[in-house]
Write a protein that binds this ligand. Structure first.
Ligand SMILES: NC(=O)c1ccc[n+]([C@@H]2O[C@H](COP(=O)([O-])OP(=O)(O)OC[C@H]3O[C@@H](n4cnc5c(N)ncnc54)[C@H](OP(=O)(O)O)[C@@H]3O)[C@@H](O)[C@H]2O)c1
Length: 501
């Protein structure tokens, strides 16, 4: 395969386009045919051996890709061959194929094109985490974004506006600032021709600015910090200027402000549920057109080194993309034909495919059909006892049950049948382009008929209702009737509520 390789550390002109071996995946990895790769600041650092991650030579730069899955490792279950995906690979993306750890690979919605998929997650994920989880920006607050036309900067401008902040965009040229204005910035500061502190004072008065988003560092950091409001929050995002500013500790004291670090990669690793929630919200906004990445230029693989050089030369407004191969986008909603990993059984037992959160409402009121039978074994009952510490003899003591119960069989816990509802829903619904679903609650649950050990149960389901959540997910209400073989009355009925994000 063809790849741009860093053979010796250095500036982009030392990178070479070369034929190289295809990557070999491990059991927890996914092999991706790369369609597009976002260009990010770490690409400029990693090739010079100045980044926190130092891959062994030779390697390809490119940490954010989109493409189609060619192969999956034996232990990968959430991704299959043929899936359209995006991946945060760290490096290796300036190549026709890349091997990525499966937990860094995400399916992309059918309507999302490869260029958007390779250019959005890293920048918007970082800026949303910074503004939402770190600074906790509130509507009506002022937000100063430095390097505002750069990758993470422009995302902060757009997200700041969506969150109701008054956004002050600061950048080095009027041309860059015009993009910030297009993205909704309320005030513009050209820090090449204007004095930052004077302009902030003009805009915010004596109060100063509530939140400062700084991906640049260097000399400007202290000027900005001196213009922060009482109880302001200074977000340390990066040092694109190449200089890590030194902080005089008297400044936060005098301002009563917080200086807070932002490290999106570690956040996603240490707080995966919160990170997925954020990504779900960002996807919703993307779908609704509330956020949209600004693509500066699409470079070919051969031009990849030039893309990094342009980034270093501060020529990029928004995002640069490297497109790998000569392809045109597949029409939206086309499901890839390659489906080797889907067994016939799965196709029969997962009849309803919900393609994204917005598709759910199309299925309200529909029956989901009936699942296959499942035998409730003593092993399942014992395991449930062990998990819940509920060891009543009617569940676990086979000998006593033989002696004392009418038909000599132990009885499954009512809550075991309730817990099996999730298993059955997996047979009835396939979720596509939905990151996760959580058990949210249960209405009107009744254990109607006892389930004896060895008997068979199955479930009928239907979608009763769906409600959009302010946080971006959808609450779905499912009717569940668990049938017991040979019984006229069901074993269990309930209205189950799940939260999909
Ligand atoms: N903390 C995290 O989790 C996280 C995540 C992503 C990125 N980052 C960091 O955030 C920073 C920006 O990343 P990015 O992808 O947005 O980069 P980018 O697109 O290149 O934007 C950086 C901006 O910084 C300004 N800049 C000032 N001096 C510069 C210099 N000497 N060289 C290059 N740019 C300079 C430029 O704007 P002007 O010309 O207008 O000054 C440029 O638009 C990087 O340090 C990156 O490592 C951090």
């Amino acid at each position: 395969m063809k790849a741009i390789l860093c053979v010796n550390h250095g500036l982009p002109d030392t990178l070479v386009l070369q034929e190289t071996e295809k990557p070999v995946i491990t059991e927890k990895q996914v092999l991706i045919c790369v369609k597009a790769c976002g260009v990010n600041f770490p690409d400029a650092l990693i090739i010079q051996n100045k980044y926190q991650f130092k891959p062994p030579l030779p390697f390809s730069p490119g940490g954010e890709v989109s493409g189609i899955v060619l192969e999956t490792g034996d232990k990968v279950s959430h991704i299959k061959t043929g899936d359209r995906v995006l991946a945060l690979c760290g490096w290796g993306g300036f190549a026709e194929q890349v091997a990525v750890d499966a937990n860094r690979v995400f399916p992309i919605p059918a309507e999302m094109d490869f260029i958007t998929a390779a250019s959005t997650l890293y920048n918007y994920g970082t800026s949303y985490h910074a503004l939402k989880d770190r600074a906790i920006v509130k509507a009506g607050e002022s937000l100063l974004v430095l390097g505002a036309a750069g990758g993470v900067g422009i995302a902060a401008v757009e997200l700041g506006k969506l969150m109701g902040a008054t956004v002050i965009a600061a950048a080095s040229t009027d041309d860059k600032l015009s993009l910030c204005k297009e993205k909704g910035a309320d005030h513009l500061i050209n820090y090449t021709t204007e004095d930052l502190r004077t302009r902030i004072k003009e805009i915010t008065g004596e109060k100063g600015v509530d939140v400062i988003y700084d991906p640049v560092g260097g000399k400007m950091a202290e000027q900005a910090l001196r213009s922060i409001a009482w109880k302001g929050r200074y977000l340390v995002v990066g040092f694109a200027s190449g200089e890590i500013p030194q902080l005089a500790f008297n400044l936060p004291l005098l301002k009563g402000c917080s200086v807070m670090g932002v490290f999106w990669g570690s956040f996603a690793e240490k707080e995966p549920a919160q990170s997925l929630q954020n990504l779900g919200e960002l996807l919703q906004w993307l779908r609704k057109g509330k956020i949209k990445q600004s693509i500066h230029k699409i470079y070919s693989l051969k031009e990849g080194p030039q893309a990094i050089q342009d980034l270093i030369n501060r020529k990029i407004k928004g995002k640069a993309i490297v497109k790998i191969g000569d392809w045109t986008e597949e029409p939206a909603n086309v499901i890839p034909e390659k489906k080797e990993n889907i067994s016939q059984k799965e196709i029969i037992t997962k009849p309803l495919v919900i393609r994204g959160l917005e598709d759910i409402k199309n299925h309200i009121g529909k029956s989901l059909g009936t699942t296959e039978w499942l035998t409730v074994t003593q092993q399942m009952i014992d395991d449930f006892s062990a998990a819940t510490l509920d060891f009543q003899w009617v569940h676990t003591d086979i000998e006593k049950a033989k002696a004392l119960l009418p038909d000599g069989k132990t009885i499954a816990h009512g809550y075991l049948s309730m817990s099996l509802a999730s298993h059955f829903f997996y047979q009835l619904i396939t979720l596509e382009n939905i990151h996760s679903f959580f058990n949210y609650g249960i209405n009107k649950a009744r254990f109607i008929t006892t389930i004896k050990e060895g008997s068979r149960i199955r479930m009928q389901g239907s979608i009763l209702n769906a409600e959009d959540q302010p946080s971006g997910g959808v609450k779905i209400f499912l009717n569940c009737i668990m049938e017991l073989e040979g019984s006229e009355k069901p074993a269990y009925v309930a209205e189950i509520i799940s939260l999909l994000v």
